[in-house]
Design a protein around this ligand. Sequence first.
Ligand code: SAH
Length: 225
Amino acid sequence: MPVTHDPWEKEREAMVEHQIAARGIADRRVLDAMRKVPRHLFVPAGYESAAYRDFPLPIGHGQTISQPYIVALMTELLAVSPGDRVLEVGAGSGYQAAVLATLGAEVISMERIPEVARIAEGNLRRAGYTGVRVVVGDGTRGYPSAAPYQGIIITAAAPAVPEPLVDQLAEGGRLVAPVGGRDLQELVRLEKRGGKVTRTSHGGVVFVPLLGEFGWEGRTGNGMA
Ligand code: SAH
């Protein structure tokens, strides 16, 4: 590969050191992936200089690209190995999908807003991630035709972990998701072993809502919570 100068490399290194490693993310592969993915190509034009800062950014249509630390934390919890098939629910900017692809995962990323899916596809292509598949649809139902998945990551706030996604998890598979109320959620990690699912909690987070049949929409209008 030709050696090209990336003017953002220093900012990316500082992001990894001060925002991610300093907060306890220790997985070398995750840190390396965060060092590699050109995050400035996943933010709207004009926001490049804010791409490596310690907060989420708007990407249009009321959606956001998550804070770098949260992407790193969720990626570490997902524990992907090269060749793992991973389903992401909530493609957004495509950035999280790019980080997972950098770790060698085969990524399918679902997005319910067609215009946002096109943004994700455009960003991924521009950054050279041609292997990621972006699928328009309700990700709370999962994507059965490519199941089972070694990893499932939900990057929108779920009222509860959607049952179809647990079903589509492979033996030994992990699922990471923000679960809770609309304003504040807890990051949870599920692992399926011997048909049993164990669950651990990993702190408070704030995400935009997961809509759809097994998300918030499915809970309104019928009096059930
Ligand atoms: N992972 C993204 C950030 C996602 S923001 C990134 O790296 O940039 C959350 C996204 O989830 C939004 O784009 C929203 O439209 C999408 N979303 C919400 N509910 C969904 C559903 N049921 N299926 C698929 N996508 C959904």
